[in-house]
Design a protein around this ligand. Structure first.
Ligand code: NDP
Length: 310
């Protein structure tokens, strides 16, 4: 019988106990799940979320893998006590939620909905938006989430450019990669969505120079990570009119401080890291499948490359 340690903030266990127990059974894995242990050396797998209190992996000498409940692993990937394989979360529920958030916010800006949802005064001012086919959108990051969003936007007929580290080919998306590919991905994009992981290579990526590559009045939607964007450069670009709006879900410091200028900036929409969340039912099946693979000697799914940081 395997021992699986569930290490996540208090409260998460209530959501996961049923789905995880069921998923392990369905995967044919015999395991007992614990939320704490006095015998860390007996733990076979660690299901992990940040803020669960676990930061020293040294005592888990028998652990075969750490299975993250989060897609973003920047807080754990640099942990020097972690020597076991680390797998990130790729979950159909997380993907669906992100597609809904991104398409919703892209359509808000594309259609100019704010003008009618919160009009400054009564006024029969007709502003007919262009068709989606005439509005270029860029998606930075073509991984599990970025590619799904790019496809959904393309299905709505937006011309979509995408950008990744290595070459990608996605039907209907003009794919660019590497340093040289960023400018062509951005320079005609009236709406840009950042769905990159936070790594040494992506931190501060959207700085004054890169924001300056966007067409005048472009909109930034960032559900990736706060530190992908240089905050001061963003505020300057909004104030100077270079950017039309920023919809931000993630921030360098979370929760966002009550006195942060983003809260009151007329061209900023803040959402409190709700773009998408791992869904217990589907995520539990991913965890169970990885444990089954580990026991069968098969390669883990969604293994993090510690060198690349994602
Ligand atoms: P993936 O690892 O599947 O994809 C990452 C993508 O970013 C890949 O296309 C990768 O390129 C690209 N990339 C990485 N580094 C670079 C670089 N230096 N230059 C260019 N492209 C780069 O991640 P996911 O799609 O699953 O998730 C993306 C991020 O979304 C997460 O890391 C997390 O930060 C964020 N997130 C936010 C949530 C929210 O609620 N706000 C919820 C869940 C995730 P390549 O294809 O070549 O590998």
């Amino acid at each position: 019988m395997l021992t699986v340690l569930f290490s996540a903030p208090a409260g998460r266990w209530t959501d996961y106990e049923g789905p995880l127990t069921r998923a392990l059974r369905e995967a044919g894995v015999e395991a007992r799940i614990v939320t704490d242990t006095d015998a860390p050396e007996t733990v076979d797998y660690i299901v992990y979320a940040p803020n669960g209190g676990l930061s020293d992996f040294t005592p888990f000498t028998g652990a075969k893998a750490v299975l993250s409940l989060w897609a973003g692993v920047e807080t754990i990937v640099t942990n020097r006590t972690l020597t076991q394989p680390l797998c990130r979360m790729v979950d159909s529920g997380l993907e669906e939620g992100m597609v809904e958030y991104v398409t919703g916010h892209v359509l808000r800006h594309h259609l100019g909905m704010d003008r009618y949802v919160a009009p400054e005064a009564p006024g029969w001012t007709r502003v007919v938006p262009p068709l989606a086919r005439d509005r270029q959108v860029a998606v930075l990051g073509l991984g599990a989430l970025g590619a799904a969003c790019a496809r959904a936007l393309a299905a709505l007929r937006f011309p979509v450019t995408g950008w990744s580290r290595s070459p990608r080919a996605i039907d209907g998306i003009a794919c660019f990669h590497g340093d040289a590919g960023l400018r062509p991905a951005l320079e005609r994009a009236e709406i840009v969505v950042t769905l990159l992981p936070l790594t040494g290579a992506t931190e501060g990526l959207m700085d004054a120079a890169r924001l300056g590559w966007l067409p005048e009045g472009a909109v930034l939607i960032n559900p990736g990570r706060g530190a992908l964007v240089d905050e001061q450069a963003l505020l300057a670009a909004l104030d100077g009119g270079r950017l039309g709006h920023a919809t931000l879900d993630v921030f360098r410091e979370e929760p966002l401080a009550a006195d942060h200028p983003f809260w009151t900036h007329p061209k900023v929409t803040v959402t409190p890291h709700i773009a998408s969340e791992t869904r217990p039912a589907s995520a539990a099946r991913v965890i169970a499948e990885n444990i089954r693979r580990g026991e069968a000697g098969e390669p883990f799914l969604f293994l993090v490359d510690r060198g690349l940081g994602y």
